[in-house]
Design a protein around this ligand. Structure first.
Ligand code: ADP
Length: 474
């Protein structure tokens, strides 16, 4: 259970992270670009404005003769400090050597200011530039009436208002991001409940199936035909198959027990009755022992058939497939079974349309075809006919075994290949079948990658058609 919770939490977590990334990263990038562009715009505008103010101030300094007339010093100072206060920036005035003549902060008067912008303004042109710390320097030269550059006006501006404007934009964007994150998380929680809920159920069903509860099924909702429902349907399918296998295994075990119990009970009854009969004659002993012997034979026959089937079921054991003449295989069978057919006065016929060579496991296929021919003789009344035909095309050999015997009802045909299945048990006890012959034939044909078909009519006869590929491909 702990595992299950962990699993669904992981999916939920992954979905939240994915959707958050998908929702927030583009928004974040977009807002970053917008911030930068807005900031740049404001900085550029501010630069122009500051340069303009520096220019006006420089012009005012030239016209009023602050730098040339000593007695105007007081006026000069108060003008600078007023402009600085009104503009919210620092004003530094230097001479043509960069020595500070006036500083609205009052800190650098008399010092030499080596600022690239001042050098540039003195030598080439006025300039406004953003500094590394974000301050903006706007410098214009003070030009004397004769045209020579006699100093500079430097405005140092700390752009707090730009930050404020940017923050003004940032706030609603951050707010939007929080709202989007909230929506994404709610959406994922609802969505993941729809996914992890069925997944949890699916895992529970699989767990129960693996513990042997094959009757467990996943409730599959036809209307939401998503992948989970498809997996659910596949699991249900698998459970059905497992249930079938389990049922057939139980049937098989109970059939085996039953089939072996019958001769065992006979042996028990026979041996007990002979043990209790003190005056039994030798002939009686012999007769009883003969009966016991035939019951033992029957048990041996059943066990041998079962062993053959078990071997056929072990598919990993490779059969010994060799190129063989099917004609010779069938001739051998016909020769061995002819006395049986003769006993019942049965017309026993074999036609080989062609010479057929195929890759087969000779021993196993001989047993499989023998079973069919033997059944033909067994279930055909005296004087009837059993016919075997061998033919082939480019890919397959075809062996047909037909008889004019008692035949089978349509509804029996699907069951006769089942283990221990016999149509009329009492009748067949006399004919001595185990009910395993056709299962062996069926498994052998499948092992050869072939197929077997049966057609039959009651009281008219039966035909088995076996197809075996000429080349055995694994
Ligand atoms: P069995 O050992 O009883 O013959 P099989 O597996 O060979 O077992 O056959 C299963 C049942 O199919 C038989 O009991 C019989 O009722 C029926 N069957 C098989 N072959 C024929 C046939 N040629 N004609 C009529 N019935 C047949």
């Amino acid at each position: 259970m702990a595992k299950k919770k962990g699993g669904s939490f992981k999916i939920k977590f992954m979905m939240i992270v994915t959707y958050l990334c998908a929702g927030l990263i583009p928004l974040f990038l977009f807002s970053a670009v917008v911030f930068k562009a807005t900031e740049n715009y404001f900085v550029e505008e501010k630069k122009k404005e500051l340069l303009n103010q520096a220019n006006i101030l420089a012009g005012h300094i030239t016209i009023s003769g602050y730098l040339t007339e000593k007695n105007k010093e007081y006026q000069f100072r108060s003008d600078i400090s007023l402009t600085s206060e009104q503009g919210g920036f620092r004003i530094v005035v230097t001479d043509d050597m960069g020595i500070v003549l006036e500083d609205s902060n009052g800190t650098d008067v008399g010092k030499t200011l080596i600022v690239p912008e001042i050098v540039e303004a003195l030598n080439t042109k006025d300039v406004a530039r953003e500094q590394e710390n974000g301050d903006i320097y706007a410098v214009t030269s003070i030009v004397a009436e004769n045209g020579s550059r006699i100093g500079t006006v430097l405005i140092v501006y700390a752009p707090d208002d730009i930050q404020n404007i940017a923050n003004g934009i940032k706030k609603p964007i951050y707010f939007m991001m929080v709202i989007i994150a909230g929506i994404v998380i709610t959406f994922v929680l609802v969505l993941s409940r729809n996914i992890t809920g069925p997944l949890g159920k699916l895992m529970e069903v699989i767990q129960n199936i693996s513990e042997g509860h094959f009757e467990q099924r996943m409730p599959v909702d036809e209307f939401s035909n998503n992948e989970i429902m498809q997996v659910g349907a596949a699991v249900n399918n698998m459970a059905e198959k497992l249930e079938e296998v389990e049922t057939s295994r139980q049937h098989f075990v109970s059939n085996v027990s039953h089939e072996l119990k019958t001769p065992l009970s006979s042996i028990k009854v026979l041996s007990e009755s002979i043990l209790l009969d003190n005056d039994a004659q030798k002939e009686t002993y012999i007769e009883f022992l003969r009966d016991i012997n035939s019951e033992v034979d029957r048990m041996t026959e059943i066990i041998n058939d079962l062993l053959t089937l078990v071997k056929l079921d072990q598919k990993e054991l490779p059969g010994s497939f060799k190129q063989e003449s099917l004609n010779s295989v069938i001739e051998e069978i016909m020769k061995r079974l002819r006395p049986l057919a003769d006993n019942k006065d049965i017309d026993f016929e074999y036609t080989a349309v062609k010479e057929v060579n195929a890759e087969i496991d000779r021993t196993k296929l001989t047993l499989a075809i023998s079973n069919l021919v033997e059944n033909g003789i067994k279930y055909t009344d005296n004087g009837g006919k059993v016919k075997v035909v061998l033919d082939c095309d480019h890919q397959n050999a075809f062996i047909t075994v037909s008889d004019t015997g008692i035949g089978m009802a349509e509804e029996e045909l699907g069951k006769i290949f089942d283990r221990f299945y016999r149509i009329d048990k009492t009748r067949n006890r006399e004919t001595g079948g185990t009910g395993l012959g056709l299962s062996i034939t069926h498994s052998t044909v499948l092992m050869h990658n072939g197929s077997i078909k049966v057609t039959s009519r009651e009281n008219e006869g039966t035909t088995f058609l076996v197809r075996i590929p000429l080349i055995h491909s694994v």
